[in-house]
Ligand binder design. Sequence first.
Ligand code: TRP
Length: 438
Amino acid sequence: MAEENKTAAASQEQVQNDDDVVTPFEINAKDDTGIDYDKLIDKYGCFPITPELIARIERAIGEKCHRFIRRGIFFCQRDIEQILDAYENKKPFYLYTGRGPSADALHMGHCIPFIFTQWLQRVFDVPLVIQITDDEKYIYKPEIELDGPKGSIAMGLQNVKDILAFGFNPDKTFIFSDCGYIGHMYQNVIRVQKHVNYSQIKGIFGFKAEDNVGKFAFPPVQAVPAFSNTFPHIFGKGHFPCLIPAAIDQDPYFRMTRDIAQKLKYKKPASIYSTFFPALQGKKSKMSSSDPNSSILVSDKPEDIKKKINKYAKTGGGQTVEEHRANGCDLEVDVPFQYLTFFMEDDDLLEDIRVKYAKGDLLSGEVKMQLIKIIQAFVVELQTARKKVTDADVEHFMSIRPIEKMPTKWLAAKASSAVEAGVTLFSDSVGNMQTASV
Ligand code: TRP
């Protein structure tokens, strides 16, 4: 190809890539084949999860990686090698993830990071902090109130119950709402705020001059849980490495966090990112709470799940059985198959379906039937676990407390710095205040 044609092709690629919109506030692919994640890796400067990396993780943890890693659902990362170095050398690290309470109940898409984080916590046996951004959703969503039964604070506490159904370790997990815990985070928040300017926030997040100032001020709040000294009751003043499992749209926050970590001489957090869970209508958009027909909720009844999948799930199959048998199915755009890759555990069975469905030997109705069973079983299990979650559990997970059963090394590191960190300066009252207000 002539040089100028190559350049033309490259810039065309750039244009097409730019047609995919991926921000923390909007996800929109140019068509039903979904987001081009390889291009996103390049654009964001992340690193793919290679077969070598998967092999290293499996050697370290002594078991097979989660299906989300095996199937490229968690597909890219930053500095995960440093986390593995720490783990292999028996040095501590912790996990940080979060949830913005935009609805009463989680949908299937929201489950992906929590399923994965629970797995990470189990295999590495490390502390985990979970941020509930009741401030964020109030600031960014005009229709969301702060208090009242439908306010973001109340929805956040409902979400905590859903989150607890995933089975996080009660001895090693701290869940906090921003509105409740902000006083403890504030010193780090202002450290970050001082080191990032208006243009940077505008550039990273695309805010406009007429946007409310809360939007500009919030990103540092999502940044600071990545610094361990934000949690002196757990980590003392120690600077422990942090690994953030999240969906890729959260990367702008953590690019900013890493940049500022350097300026503050804090450790840069590592991250591991997932693709999006598609809407029932197709991979053009992700599952969203604002469109009830696009999403399967964790509170849905088995009949609702069946109805939604049968009625709304976009397929890549033929219009008629004859056409389907003759031409096969385009799995790239087929939502039932995509969902199976997220939720079917058995690799061999999934491969068998892939081959037969692509050829047209399996019909969309048959694949949907298998999917419905799997999703129903998952949701029923989660609902059963959620029913067992009590207010006392919520209070326990959200109470400002030392993490029990920390490895001895951690305790040693903590003891030397706990007093200095002002652990006793903060009483439990702030954390408990907001759990009491449910
Ligand atoms: N901003 C995220 C949301 O809208 C919530 C969140 C806060 C988060 N901290 C996080 C997500 C860390 C992943 C990792 O849902």
